[in-house]
Design a binder for this molecule. Structure first.
Ligand SMILES: C[S@@+](CC[C@H](N)C(=O)[O-])C[C@H]1O[C@@H](n2cnc3c(N)ncnc32)[C@H](O)[C@@H]1O
Length: 162
């Protein structure tokens, strides 16, 4: 992908200010680890992977998506590099975050996608802030069984990430 396209993706990502949109107290950040990946670093990292990995039908899951820094970049690679329409690109994009306001912000930035409130380390755990829809989606993604219990088990089975 040309430098110009990466610059364009950076510009689109920066239309949302870094770590803006949700009040994050020091106590909250300490509890959740909410330090998002800066845009330049996201682009540096994504530009290192074969872009076919983000082609049509290739699923991307960020199990701790925050406000969607990686997912937003992935969407624009699908659209600007692979020529997908946004609606199709979004059907490939999945995110999980334990904080409802991050999930809402991520959905807003992406304009869709399957972004769910959940505990990625214990997918079957019920969170009070989950909606019925979040709960249903976590079950659809990871099942109801007590085993496997961690996201890494699912990744090993190539269920969550393709
Ligand atoms: C270091 S931030 C990374 C955000 C994003 N992936 C990025 O690179 O910009 C970690 C995110 O994980 C969320 N988080 C923490 N524990 C989690 C858990 N058990 N399940 C899902 N999300 C979690 C936090 O709310 C936070 O948004």
């Amino acid at each position: 992908m040309s430098r110009g396209l990466w610059d364009e993706i950076g510009t689109r990502m920066r239309s949302h200010g870094y770590m803006k949109g949700v009040e994050r107290t020091v106590e909250r950040v300490r509890r959740t680890g909410e330090i998002f990946t800066p845009t330049d670093l996201v682009i540096e990292m994504i530009s290192e992977i074969p872009l076919d990995a983000l082609g049509p039908g290739r699923t991307i899951l960020d199990p701790a998506c925050g406000d969607g820094q990686f997912l937003v970049a992935a969407k624009w690679v699908k659209v600007l590099h692979h020529g997908m329409i946004e609606a199709d690109a979004l059907t490939d994009i999945y995110g999980i975050d334990i904080m409802r306001d991050n999930v809402e912000l991520c959905r807003l930035r992406l304009g869709g996608g399957t972004i769910v409130v959940g505990d990625a380390l214990q997918p079957a755990r019920f969170l009070p802030e989950q909606s019925e829809e979040d709960r249903r989606r976590m079950l659809a993604l990871f099942g109801d069984a007590s085993e496997p219990q961690t996201l890494f088990d699912f990744v090993d089975q190539e269920v969550a990430i393709s």
